[in-house]
Write a protein that binds this ligand. Structure first.
Ligand code: SAM
Ligand code: SF4
Length: 338
């Protein structure tokens, strides 16, 4: 008699479906809560108490978790943090995860500080795509925003990433009213005629990040500002997270991530694993379930799967209005993993 008790024998029976009929095919894995920057919109000014090393998932645990998620239908994995590149042995981990059958895309979001030295190695190890965060092209402002003097390093990193074959490269720009909204046109020119997509992200509220409604610079305003550069939509998918646009007659590729003003919850396919093993079904929901604890107490894959299913069962159809979000979130962005 064939046994069906092993999870890997019956992957088709385990899609990560939530109560609203959304299949979850995209996993975001935070590798660490540590970071070498202190971005004002992400980390409280005083920093956060780092988790102890033994609290963080080991490479073996991350690999096991990713295999589990892949069996339930995940096809795209993104490494994030904190700053994922401060995790020692990252290149080895990329190699291990990219070798997992079923991981069709392995992406990473980084502040770009290590790329000038390591972009080629990440690529060789199997990383398929990169998002680099950069919120200002002006040195003084970059220092104010990240509380570090790293603009040149990040710009060199972007060049190294392009040279290593990461194209199109995605450039994440968090746009804040009264802070950097006057640089939108500069970014459009920066990416012109290059294999880079500028992604303008609305400022979101998290614990201790000083968010206020006045600091939000909505997508509608960004579009108005970019009208002189002939901004126009391309191939619109209503549920896509990033709304794709172009400008300068198609020379600049853009996207708007309007989490606050144009919710994309109905098409959400994302699930998150925090650095200490918590499963988060939504960026704005408290974590529900911990794979690390389950793994360390000897749980089998079926039990791990129940932890994930339990978390998905609690996922809401859509997040509430922005004013209500702050009161509901228990972690700063750096702890969740962006
Ligand atoms: N350290 C890496 C980096 O900065 O790219 C990865 C982690 S970071 C938390 C992931 C992404 O979230 C970055 O692009 C960052 O700009 C974005 N982010 C952080 N805080 C945000 C906020 N309050 N609103 C919108 N985006 C935010
Ligand atoms: Fe660090 Fe990224 Fe947060 Fe900036 S956005 S503090 S680089 S984790």
């Amino acid at each position: 008699m064939t046994t069906l008790s092993r999870l890997e024998d019956r992957p088709a029976l385990l899609p990560w479906m939530d109560a609203h009929g959304r299949a979850h095919t995209y996993l975001r894995v935070s590798l660490t809560d540590r970071c070498n920057f202190r971005c004002v919109y992400c980390m409280p000014p005083e920093g956060i108490p780092w988790r102890e090393r033994e609290e963080i998932l080991t490479f073996e645990e991350i690999e096991r978790a990713v295999r589990l998620f892949v069996r339930g239908g995940v096809r795209k994995v993104r490494l994030t943090g904190g700053e994922p590149t401060v995790r020692r042995g990252l290149t080895e981990l990329i190699g291990r995860l990219s070798a997992i059958e079923g991981v069709e895309q392995l992406w990473m979001t980084t502040n770009g500080t290590t790329l000038r030295h390591h972009a080629a190695a990440y690529r060789k190890a199997g990383l398929t795509g990169l998002n680099v965060s950069l919120d200002s092209l002006r040195r003084d402002r970059f220092i104010e925003l990240t509380r570090r003097d790293g603009l040149e390093t990040v710009l060199e990193g972007i060049e190294a990433a392009l040279a290593a074959g990461f194209a199109p490269l995605k450039l994440n720009v968090v746009v804040m009213a009264g802070v950097n909204e006057d640089e939108l046109q500069d970014f459009v020119r920066f990416v012109a005629d290059r294999p880079i997509q500028a992604r303008f992200i609305e400022f979101m509220p998290f614990q201790g990040n000083g968010w206020s409604k006045g600091g939000l610079y909505p997508m509608a305003k960004m579009l108005e500002d970019l009208a002189p550069l002939e901004v126009r939509p391309v191939g619109q998918e209503p549920t896509a997270v990033g709304k794709d646009y172009e400008a300068l007659g198609g020379r600049s590729k853009l996207a708007f991530v309007a989490s606050m003003t144009r919710s994309f919850c109905s098409g959400c396919n994302r699930i998150r694993l925090t650095a200490d093993g918590q499963v988060k079904s939504c960026l704005f929901l408290k974590a529900d379930g911990n794979l690390r604890d389950a793994m360390r107490s000897g749980a089998g894959d079926d039990e791990l799967a129940s932890v994930v299913r339990h978390s998905l069962a609690g996922k809401w159809a859509a997040h509430p209005p922005m004013e209500d979000l702050l009161t509901r979130n228990d972690l700063s962005m750096v702890e969740i993993g962006g």
